[in-house]
Design a protein around this ligand. Structure first.
Ligand code: GLV
Ligand code: MN
Ligand code: MN
Length: 409
């Protein structure tokens, strides 16, 4: 019943809305491409016969009213923002797949008792403000409006300024959802890991989402002429940064858990001239784990190493936590329904841990939640080579449609 060809056509169209030439996708929050992407999603929602509402931070809700509209709705959806140099499936499959799932249900003659809503969340990716899942955090009350108002991007622009320029006004307080707003939430997404492809299994059902944390480290050294400042008197901020990045790797590999991962994905030095000693370095560190104890141990290792490195090198350090979120668990009842749907469709499924975070990490704090994963080539994601087959996308969308139908009946 899913129109896989139509879904592919739409994925291809949205992929062309990018800050950079195809096939690379970059759609950073409130960039011109993000705004055009949002316009595309609004039109796609209307084409699917859905009623659109957008909140003060730009989260979009596309609703199919159920026979009993006062009942909590059943939600699905994901994000369409994309990190620099991304592919075209991360997040987008869950938004456009959500529209196709609802369209397929409508074509089949299904009439929901509970309303069904596709949500496109604002800024699942942390590119602009350093903090991921901005929209879903605010919805779940996991980010206070005060903290959101204090955020600045690299150019010093505030969330309030940028959202107003994008046409999203109103108090950030209004973004938080009342408790009991959703009966359940199911997000369709590519796995972003290698397990399903390797094992030849078309559907993964998410049991746990690892807990992400991230930190911003600013190192203040002393600059000068690269020829004139002799080595014994240097306070080179970039070398302290390099040592800290290595300490991140060491802490993640010695935490005692194979699930601890640590990445220093942002590394900026100033003034960035070949003949000048770097006087400042700015790092952003991403540290995740399925377990809080081993993530905490890795964090302590990084913090202690950074203190020691900076003391030894005569560097002043600011070490700020951006976020430190606990992991989330999928809802057993919703997982069981998705598994049952797979069995009835003759599709093998496997329970998985999501090592990437998703808006579902925050939806799980306010309603029963799970995710449906589909295989992606080589487990690749966050790179232009990201790829999922049309057949897997259509199968995931079918599982989503039947799961939503069961939840909404
Ligand atoms: C989400 O994109 C993540 O970084 O896990
Ligand atoms: Mn992503
Ligand atoms: Mn994603």
């Amino acid at each position: 019943m899913v129109d896989g060809a139509e879904l592919q056509r739409r994925l291809g169209q949205l992929a062309l809305i990018s800050e950079v030439p195809a096939p690379v996708v970059t759609r950073v929050l409130f960039s011109e491409a993000d705004l055009r992407g949002r316009a595309y999603v609004r039109r796609a929602a209307a084409d699917a016969g859905l009623t659109v509402r957008e909140d003060a931070v730009g989260n979009l809700f596309a609703r199919w009213e159920g026979a009993e509209p006062s009942l909590p709705a059943v939600g699905t959806g994901s994000h369409t923002d994309a990190i620099p140099n991304a592919g075209l499936y991360d997040g987008v499959v869950g938004v456009l797949g959500g529209f196709e799932a609802l369209a397929a249900l409508r074509r089949s003659g299904f009439r929901p008792r509970r309303s069904l809503e596709v949500v496109m969340f604002t800024a699942e990716e942390p590119t602009r403000f350093g903090l991921g899942c901005l929209g879903s955090r605010l919805m779940a009350g996991s980010l206070t409006p005060e903290k959101a108002r204090a955020m600045r991007d690299r150019e010093g622009r505030s969330l309030d300024e940028l959202r107003a320029a994008a046409g999203f006004r109103g108090a950030l307080e209004s973004v938080r959802l009342p408790s009991g707003c959703f009966h359940a939430f199911v997000e369709l997404h590519i796995e972003q890991g290698p397990i399903l492809e390797k094992e030849g299994i078309p559907i993964g059902i998410v049991e746990h989402i690892a807990g992400p944390s991230s930190y911003r480290v600013t190192l203040h050294g002393d600059g000068g002429h690269a020829g004139a400042v002799l080595m014994p008197v240097r306070h080179d901020a970039s070398l302290a940064a390099a040592e800290i990045a290595l300490a991140v790797e060491r802490a993640a590999t010695t935490s005692g858990s194979a699930d601890t991962v640590g990445t220093t994905g942002v590394f900026r030095i100033e003034p960035g001239a070949v003949n000048s000693v770097p006087y400042r370095a700015c790092l952003e560190i991403d540290l995740r784990d399925t377990r809080m104890d081993t993530r905490g141990k890795a964090y302590d290792g990084i913090r202690n190493a950074a203190d020691e490195i900076c003391a030894r090198r005569g560097i002043r350090m600011e070490f700020d936590e951006i976020n430190a979120d606990p992991p989330a668990s999928g809802d057993p009842g919703t997982i069981a329904i998705a598994e049952d749907v797979c069995a009835s469709l003759g599709l093998a499924s496997k329970r998985l841990v999501s090592r990437a975070y998703h808006d579902s990490l925050f939806m799980a704090r306010i309603c029963p939640t799970t995710m449906i994963f589909i295989p992606c080539r080589n487990g690749w994601s966050h790179r232009p080579e990201e790829y999922a087959t049309p057949a897997h996308i259509a199968a995931g969308t079918a599982v989503l449609a039947h799961t939503l139908a069961r939840l909404a009946s």
